[in-house]
Design a protein around this ligand. Structure first.
Ligand code: NAP
Length: 451
């Protein structure tokens, strides 16, 4: 089978990056007859960004300096020794509790690089520890703020698993805007507790994971050790998301949130899919999208938009897909399946005569979006405000959605799009966040390999 990606740089981990033919058409559309629909509501608009970014500048712009990676290796020999030596199960409140650690700075400034030693909490495990160590390398934060709150722990506690969970040895993770917003404290009202409340607690960010099952809880029926899986580890993105996220060597996940990784995708490719493709799918479902309908996707080059285009065209059988992006990304939109690519730096989509059955807003332009929907149509908004008939929803993680989409991924009808600046090394998580927060990512910001 043809490899779907070109190796555009000598990344030791995967080398993948852009779809092979960054622009050529994908396979013919297929309609999934099982897709059904529901609906919802909400409101507010975020400003549009007018600056343009060439693909060349996107590819060549330098990453920010990371104090954790300057000088000697981020993972000094002592780290490997410490982790390899640790084999005693340690309590690690995986689902609701905190990751208990004691910390000391190794950065020599700014306190950004931190060594964490497992606490002496009593051991509580629900499955045999096997070869799983007691501690792991992880990125974590113990206060809300900008990227500087992210700290590297070389000995965070490996999460325990519940009966319905598996422990995943993380091979790759991906960032989503929600990771940055959560880190900034925008969802603190519904977030899991931070050390502001519980001393010595930390949050390991990361929703998206791809990796290998190394341990299964007693109620797990479909997955077993050795299975290669992927998924979005927090069922509700904003309601008590897991404290022990995917930017770590291990993460504990409910079986129902995972699916077997598509065979044709490597871990980095798979890691970029779950939250974004689940959002694209749920948005289309809630909007009542179906074969023969037209759709406008705002933000077509982003993580969600790039998948919404492909699902609309190649899974649902859209009659017409239009999408917005800046000038350098218009051909990409067409390669993904857009019939019409609108350059938002040159024209306002709401000034154009076309109207659509569904408008899918991944930018935060709800007030404009409702102007271009047909009578009786739907406007689904991911961020910001919207007026009726628009509605907003928050994605629910569901492994069965990934399972349903696996055939489309394995046939190549739907392809992951990994931003060409990545995959970022595990030592570059701070840079990966900074890049994500530019709002200019093309497809997904992936971190791989881990560690
Ligand atoms: N409600 C939910 O459940 C849910 C789930 C997932 C995501 N979200 C939210 O949805 C939004 C999109 O998520 P994402 O993961 O797709 O983000 P993303 O990957 O970071 O989006 C980046 C893309 O946005 C494009 N963009 C920026 N401004 C634009 C504009 N005015 N018009 C058209 N495109 C524009 C950029 O293209 P250019 O470089 O060409 O500007 C870039 O390719 C975020 O706010 C996220 O928090 C919500």
């Amino acid at each position: 089978m043809d490899e779907p990606y070109v190796r555009i740089q000598n990344e030791p981990q995967t080398g993948l990056l852009l779809p092979k033919e960054y622009f050529p058409p994908l396979l013919p559309a297929t309609t999934d007859k099982h897709l059904t629909s529901t609906t919802q509501q909400s409101s507010q608009e975020r400003g549009e960004r007018k600056e343009t970014t060439t693909m060349q500048s996107l590819l060549s712009s330098s990453v920010l300096a990371n104090p954790c990676t300057t000088g000697s290796s981020l993972f000094p020999p002592t780290t490997a020794k410490l982790v390899a030596a640790a084999s005693v199960p340690v309590a690690a409140a995986a689902r609701s509790g905190a990751i208990a650690v004691s910390r000391r700075s190794v950065s020599g400034g700014g306190g950004r690089c931190v060594v964490a030693a497992a606490s002496s909490s009593p051991a509580v495990t629900t499955a045999e520890a096997g070869e799983v160590p007691a501690t792991m390398k992880a990125w974590a934060y113990d206060e809300y703020g900008d990227g500087s709150v992210l700290k590297f722990n070389e000995a965070a506690a490996v999460p325990d698993i519940a009966d319905d969970q598996v422990l995943v040895r993380v091979a790759a993770a991906a960032l989503n805007p929600v990771d940055a917003k959560r880190r900034a404290g925008k969802f603190k009202a519904t977030d899991s507790p931070l050390p502001l409340i519980e001393v010595d607690a930390q949050t390991v960010p990361g929703y998206d994971v791809a990796g290998v099952v190394v341990k299964a809880g007693s109620q797990v029926k479909g997955l077993k050790e050795g299975d290669e899986v992927y998924g979005n580890i927090s069922e509700k993105a904003l309601e008590g998301p897991k404290q022990s996220g995917s930017l770590a060597e291990y993460t504990a996940v409910e079986e129902k949130l995972l699916a077997i990784k598509p065979k044709n995708l490597d871990f980095a490719q798979a890691a970029g899919l779950p939250l974004a493709v689940e959002t694209a799918h749920e948005g289309l479902e809630r909007a009542g999208f179906s074969a023969g309908k037209s759709i406008l996707i705002l933000g077509g080059a982003g993580g969600v938009g790039s998948l919404a285009i492909q699902l609309a065209k190649h899974v649902y059988g859209a009659s017409k897909v239009a999408a917005t992006a800046s000038t350098p990304k218009l051909e990409l939109l067409k390669s993904l399946g857009a019939d019409v690519a609108i350059d938002y730096t040159k024209e306002n989509f709401d000034d154009l005569p076309d109207k659509y059955d569904v408008v899918f807003d991944a930018v935060g332009q709800g007030e404009k979006a409702v102007k271009v929907v047909k009578e009786g149509g739907s406007v689904v908004v991911l961020t910001g405000a919207v007026v009726p008939p628009g509605f907003r929803f928050v994605v629910t993680s569901d492994g069965s959605v990934l399972e349903k989409l696996n055939p489309y991924l394995e046939s190549g009808k739907v392809k992951p799009l990994v931003d060409p600046k990545g995959p970022f090394a595990f030592s570059q998580v701070v840079e990966a966040f900074s890049y994500l927060e530019t709002g200019r990512a093309t497809g997904k910001v992936v971190v791989s390999p881990i560690p």
